[in-house]
Design a protein around this ligand. Sequence first.
Ligand code: ADP
Ligand code: MG
Length: 376
Amino acid sequence: MIFPEKFIPELVIESPGRINLIGEHTDYNLGYVLPTAIEKKITFKFKKNNSKTECNLYSLGYNTGFTLSLDKIAKSNVEWENYILGVLNEILLRTDKLRGFDCTIESKLPMGSGLSSSAALECGLAYGLNELFDLGLSKMDIVLLSQKAEHTYVGTQCGIMDQFASVMSEKGHVILLDCQSLEHQQIPIQIDPYKMIMLNTKVSHNLASSEYNTRKKECEEGVAILQGHYPEVTSLRNANNEMLEVCKNEMGATIYKRCSFIINENERVLTTAKALKDNDLKLFGELLYEAHDGISKSYEVSCPESDFLVDFSKQYDAVLGARQTGGGFGGCTLNIVHQDKVDDFVEAATKAYKAAFNIELDAFEVKPSAGTYIQN
Ligand code: ADP
Ligand code: MG
């Protein structure tokens, strides 16, 4: 499908990626996370096409598009189409107001880098169609149906964090989200004279989806064992280290390590939220290093490239803390760097990374930004 050169949209939607300051893999364990949207985003341009069922979508990044019919939605063999089809399927389960539309998708958000381009893709589409056809969906409906689409059509059993952050974020704030109750607090974040610098490893070891689902299963196994002793433990959110020690022998080393990481990571999220409120940036940084250690050694979702960058940052007094962010096996590391030393640090890290892996590092600053919005 080739889109007409002059595609004049009726509606333009900006759908951001997100970073999570801390709380990795805690969302599907119904614990806490601390994410925010970032300025990098996907732009969707929409117009109705007066057809009852025909929809045309075009991804400028992939330079390819496809046509689908709303009365014949089914899974595709093309991965990215399933994000779209999954969202449409979920919308059709909720409303009969959807009609034919044309849409272009242009992204400034690197894919597979732990910045959740997948949630930005799902939520931006749902948000735009809700506006275009007045579907009457709430923001929370958009979050939940987008998550469901990823489960049913893509096959990643993701938690709620990515979609929640992409839609609900507010400029200058991070969200302390309780993934069990979905209660959340917008926490103002002020880390001057430090900056949040992302280093993109440019690797995304192709384990993310399968290992993600494996980790989820391992946690469920842990919960089942804990429940034998403590019936009140319905998720790792409700477990503590004391309970874990009682069940240690039954669990075996791997399940024990996974559960231990999640229990401690949940604690770290709450301690980090408090540290940010108290402006204790030193503690914030220490918690990031501690979290990465767990991600690497206990949850085992890091990789040599991410470990290298986090270790490298430890030589610099100007870096308060660093960790790999996102589901794992590559993507970006988050680094809290003094503003006067950002250039020095990035230059040194780029050199060292190139020498170690022969990959050109990508570095950029992120600022807590607004969730999905209509461009005027
Ligand atoms: P992440 O969410 O961390 O970026 P994922 O592997 O979860 O990584 O999602 C990346 C996938 O989302 C891509 O492989 C692609 O299928 C889809 N995607 C993201 N952005 C776009 C885009 N601009 N156009 C088409 N597909 C996209
Ligand atoms: Mg994703």
